[in-house]
Design a protein around this ligand. Sequence first.
Ligand code: ZN
Length: 269
Amino acid sequence: MKYQLEKTSKKHPCPNCGYKRFVRFIDDNNLYLDTKFGRCDRQESCGYFYSPYHEKATFNQRPKIMDAQTLKYVPLETLKATLKNYHNNTLINFLNNTFGRRKTLKAIADYYIGTARNGGTIFWQIDKHKNIRTAKRMFYKTDGHRNKQLPDRYLYTSDKGYQTCLFGEHLLAENNKIVAIVESEKTAIICSIQYPEITWLASSGLEGLTVRKMKALIGKEVLLVPDFSTHARERWQHKAEYLLQHNMKAVLWDPYPEIVDGRDIADLF
Ligand SMILES: [Zn+2]
């Protein structure tokens, strides 16, 4: 039996770096050998090569898998302890009054919305593997607008080994709906009530739409829904182009281009 690298342009996930740039070995009958045998196209950065004629694989270096090894996650019990006292939660009271109890309860369940002291709301960031990454605490006024006298705060920070993700990312694992991203957590929640046929995520701020966070969306159709200001539109248009270059399909969705007063889509409901 003789073996050779497959000559078609077909690429597979590399066992070393994970990128789909791996050419596999086939035998005389055009059957694949074990997935470990092959050559990675990324010769500079990965360089994985394992021939069936060799004793072991060679490669430039192991990719950094720091994330999986060093990232810290919040225990589920900690999250659960915040899922209470909704009568003291100013944002939840606003949602109840605006959209009714049934829809609000569904939103609480979908996004694991928690309650902080002093009427605050806790937005948990849970990734698509259901790891609890961090939480953002925010305060609202009874009209649903932010109470900027009480500052937002991440409760688990990167200097302690935690990492942010898109708010609502955990919802991606459950369906194949189109994904839309807005800036604010509150907006994502309200839009999920109004447009349940779309999965709504939040970037947690204008500059929160990073390539690292967006990687969770590879393979999805993504709409970026900027706030209604020229600056936000320009920033996210730029971001959409950048994401396209990184093989992520993201397009700007701007349903009301004539509005430039800084409101966002949820303010129109
Ligand atoms: Zn590789």
